[in-house]
Design a protein around this ligand. Structure first.
Ligand code: SF4
Ligand code: SF4
Length: 290
């Protein structure tokens, strides 16, 4: 049994009082049978994000075909795609008058297009009903199907293309079995070549056993693959059977990563203990000129 590190004081989150908007959003989500990462991952920022009209939706079910030992999403044989989901999602986003949405999914290695067609259907339906809403997609790696997925995405590209590298390449075998560091970098680079005006974005967690230098190297690799925007946050183990937290990164170190990020040329860097891939996604996108 790994030693459980004590949480430092900067990790404790102050629970803000939920706003009326928060309850309104929850209510509409339940009625439409939609899932948000915000709720399922018990994200500490939920009051703030829902209050401002931002949410992260999880499409294509809640069972992943991979098993990353840091992740709390369920595994197993995924359900068939719900053909009504794109319209349902678009109607919900319109009813909620959301200005900025992040759409993500589990890995669907069982689908021939990796789920890219379903992403595109969601984007098209949202554009139709909410033409002003900005759409960020946080995609799986489409490994083995990337060219097909990129081709499909051409018909309705998002406003921001996000795919997380999550950790340093040395830790992939342990933390991201089934994924490949260079493959993920190439996916974002190829997308950028096809859509030079759409910002690309990627995120890293710290606390999985990496060194500061390894994080800086991941950041350099991102820039070498033309990734525009960066998020770095502290890994928090969802339960004791997940990978243990190997260190809590000090706020001064986060500050250093942030300063280095701007020196390397990222247009926006959201860096801090409680930062999540979609935290302040709207502001990150504004900073990137979306
Ligand atoms: Fe949802 Fe992301 Fe905000 Fe968390 S940070 S509440 S997951 S939008
Ligand atoms: Fe979780 Fe994504 Fe890994 Fe699936 S691929 S287990 S959703 S991190």
């Amino acid at each position: 049994q790994a030693e459980v590190l004590k949480k430092p004081e900067w990790i404790r989150v102050k629970a803000g009082s939920p706003t009326t908007r928060f309850y309104e959003i929850k209510d509409i989500l339940r009625k439409n049978n939609l899932h948000t990462v915000c709720e399922e991952a018990s994200c500490p920022n939920i009051g703030e994000c829902f209050g401002k009209g931002t949410a992260t939706f999880m499409i294509m079910g809640d069972k992943c075909t991979r098993r990353c030992p840091f992740c709390d999403v369920g595994h197993g044989r995924p359900d068939p795609l719900d053909v009504n989901e794109p319209l349902n999602l678009a109607r919900t986003i319109a009813a909620l008058r959301l200005k900025y949405v992040v759409i993500t999914s589990v890995d669907r290695d069982d689908l021939r297009d990796g789920g890219s067609g379903h992403f595109v259907e969601c984007i098209k339906n949202i554009r139709e009903l909410s033409p002003e809403t900005q759409i960020e997609i946080l995609v799986p790696d489409f490994r083995g199907r990337d060219d097909r997925a990129l081709e499909i995405l051409k018909s309705a590209p998002p406003d921001v293309m996000n795919h997380n590298l999550e950790t340093a390449p040395r830790l992939y075998k342990e933390a991201r079995p089934g994924s490949d560091y260079q493959f993920s970098l190439n996916l974002l680079k190829k997308f950028k070549e096809l859509h030079p005006n759409v910002p690309t974005k990627s995120g890293i967690m710290v606390g999985l056993g990496e060194t500061d230098e390894e994080i800086l190297q991941v950041m350099r690799d991102m820039r070498a693959h033309n990734i525009d925007m960066l998020t770095i946050g502290q890994y928090l183990a969802p339960t004791n059977s997940h990978l243990p937290v190997r260190r809590y990164v000090h706020p001064d170190t986060f500050k250093m990563f942030e300063e280095e990020a701007y020196k390397m040329g990222f247009t926006h860097a959201a860096v801090g203990a409680m930062v999540r891939s979609s935290y302040h996604a709207d502001q990150q996108a504004h900073a990137a000129g979306v």
